[in-house]
Design a protein around this ligand. Structure first.
Ligand SMILES: Nc1ncnc2c1ncn2[C@@H]1O[C@H](COP(=O)(O)OP(=O)(O)OP(=O)(O)O)[C@@H](O)[C@H]1O
Ligand SMILES: [Mg+2]
Length: 409
């Protein structure tokens, strides 16, 4: 492989706005630059929010195809029913609604690079088509019998344990080997040392400019917490937290306690992570279970919050307003227990037809709770599905399906 200097790495970071100097990040960027001129498939692996999306751009921009097209496809966001046609095109009349024929991305990007993001989400039938095009450059449009040729470099990315996906039969082994001739591991934020501080300053600067707020300051303890926090959502989560802090705490020196109130599920997040990593985090069953886990953990943090509010009331302390954006499937529960405990809510008791002294709320079904949780997460994320899916720890496709099922459009 060709040699890459630290000046080359610096230049690409500058061009794409990549912040960080940790050896593991430098190594990943260096590897992308070294493999760029060689026309091989590359698989980018890394946890959610680590910055995988920079890498196909590095590879495309430093290779011989840089003047040809670059197309990024999020495999997790395209419904199963249309993904073959999106990627490989279709002939007129090949399915209901196929009024005209259409070129797919593999034809559009001929000569260039295609980035298959969330590649583990590809249905098995599409995986077969992809393997063929990688091996022979050949593909067939949906509804056609004519073989076509294309010349494409594929860069794929995933945050899923591919070996496990293969073991569970969700991903073809031959395709996995074919895609991962070269692998690049993007390190999790918690392993990047001082990068946490560099990124915090970078985002604090950007957000104070955007929102015209004084630049964020953290005291030594808060900085230590930033450094030792697990960051399950990696750089995306850090960016999000710094945005909230810049909005609400700009001008103050943020203490550890304040920072903690912005880091929801600090204690529970690793349990969620390992529970989903332990088995089939990507199967439908796994996804349902992830939602359930998240729901249980948000309920738990809601209960903890209530308990401390009640303690504060007992000791005559004031109740801190809720600032965090923890999922609030438990909001109803909190109202319910306040009705139990708080005379202020006694006027609600006549809304139910239960015997005096016993306020009964209809239990929400699991589906109703899930629907509510998804609706609230969508609201919190301004309707942005990618972020909502990331927050709920489900794939975008699952989110789309649930939005449809629950009529949340
Ligand atoms: N080193 C970095 N410097 C600056 N911004 C970064 C860095 N790494 C990530 N980001 C930002 O963090 C966010 C998440 O990055 P990205 O979308 O590439 O994550 P990802 O690895 O593709 O995650 P997922 O698997 O969930 O899709 C983006 O807004 C990106 O710009
Ligand atoms: Mg991504």
């Amino acid at each position: 492989m060709n040699s890459v200097t630290s000046a080359d790495i610096q230049a690409v970071k500058q061009r794409l706005g990549i912040v960080g100097t940790s050896p593991s990040l430098q190594e990943a960027i260096g590897r992308a630059l070294r493999v760029a001129p060689i026309d091989l498939s590359v698989l980018i692996i890394g946890e959610s929010g680590t910055g995988k999306e920079f890498f196909p751009k590095i590879i495309h921009g430093a290779g011989a195809r840089k003047h040809a097209r670059y197309i990024a496809v999020n495999c997790g966001a395209i419904p199963e029913g249309t993904i073959d046609s999106e990627l490989f095109g279709h002939e007129k009349g090949s399915f209901t609604g196929a009024i005209g024929s259409r070129k797919g991305y593999f034809e559009e990007a001929d000569g260039g690079t295609i980035f298959l993001d969330e590649v583990a989400e590809l249905p098995l039938t599409t995986q077969a088509r992809l393997l063929r095009v990688l091996e022979t450059g050949e593909f067939i449009k949906v509804g056609s019998s004519q073989v076509q040729k294309t010349n494409i470099r594929v860069v794929a990315a995933t945050n899923v344990d591919m070996a496990q996906a293969v073991a569970e039969g969700r991903f073809r082994e031959d395709l996995y080997y074919r895609l991962s001739t070269v692998q690049i591991n993007v390190p999790p934020l918690r392993d990047r040392g001082d990068d946490v501080e560099l990124l915090t300053r970078f985002f604090a600067n950007a957000f104070s400019e955007r929102y015209q707020t004084p630049e964020l300051r953290l005291d030594a303890d808060a900085r230590l917490l930033m450094r030792t926090y697990r960051w399950p959502g990696n750089v995306r989560q850090l960016k999000n937290i710094v945005e909230q802090l810049s909005l609400f705490e700009g001008g103050e020196t943020v203490s550890r306690a304040t920072l903690e109130s912005y880091l929801p599920m600090t204690v529970y997040a690793p349990a969620v992570m390992s529970a989903s990593a332990a088995g089939g985090g990507n199967s439908d069953y796994g996804k349902e279970r992830d939602i359930l886990f998240n729901m249980i953990f948000s309920l738990r943090s809601e209960v903890d919050r209530l308990r401390s509010e009640l303690d504060a009331r007992d000791s005559g302390g004031s109740i801190a307003p809720r600032r965090d954006a923890a999922p609030s499937a438990g909001a109803l529960i909190s109202l319910k227990s306040e009705r139990f405990e708080n005379p202020e809510f006694s006027e609600f008791s006549d809304l139910t037809d239960s015997p005096v002294g016993e306020v009964q709320q209809p239990m929400k079904t699991l589906e109703e709770s899930e629907k509510e949780m998804i609706r609230e997460a969508l609201e919190r994320n301004g309707g942005r599905r990618k972020q909502t899916a990331a927050e709920l720890n489900i794939s975008e496709r699952t989110l789309y399906r649930k939005i449809k099922d629950y009529d949340l459009e």
